[in-house]
Design a binder for this molecule. Sequence first.
Ligand code: ITT
Length: 199
Amino acid sequence: MVITLHFATGNAHKFEEARAYLEGSVHGLTLKHLKANLPELQADTLAEVARYKVDAAARMCADDVFVEDAGLFVPVLNGFPGVFSAEVMRMLGCKGILKLMADVTEPARRAAYFEVCTCLFIKRTGEVKEFMGHVDGTISIEERGKGGFGYDPIFISDDPAGNTRTFAEMGFEEKNRVSHRTQSLRKLKDFLAAGAASY
Ligand code: ITT
């Protein structure tokens, strides 16, 4: 079966990560990049923002389309940057987050997590489906690594094997095995594989 699905995002890194995972795991799937500057509604949850984005994307696309809204949440900063992650990255960057945490030396208090809400719009039925992803970790003391994007140079995902490399120090494939994005896309993949969409 041939499945064509669009991912509407202005972020090319996100698209590449999604393509690598989905095309590798759903037989016959082609993922197309709908390069769009989606509106970022200010809301309390990633799911609300993602639903708003998917409405806009559905109007731009004749096929089934998905979007995502993601963020880094740091409990010691009361969840900041959270739903403001994109703006904070533009205004403060990783250095700004490290500065805000300069006094937080105890490793347990440097806990953080990435979360994502992936929202799929099914053209045939007009339904919207949400798939959440989450990865726990800690904020490093300094920026490390050249790979990835966004907050990757300061995020160390929890690893039972004791890895302390940031997402930016891991290779693309290694990040993709554990990331919040992959967790949500795995649920999307299972949904597609169950034939529950329009295919
Ligand atoms: P679209 O809305 O067009 O998809 P965006 O980059 O604005 O692109 P988000 O609002 O979902 O996307 O992302 C918020 C920010 O969180 C993003 O710009 C990155 O700085 C950061 N972010 C999201 N996922 C990340 C990841 O896997 N690694 C590092 N930073 C990430």
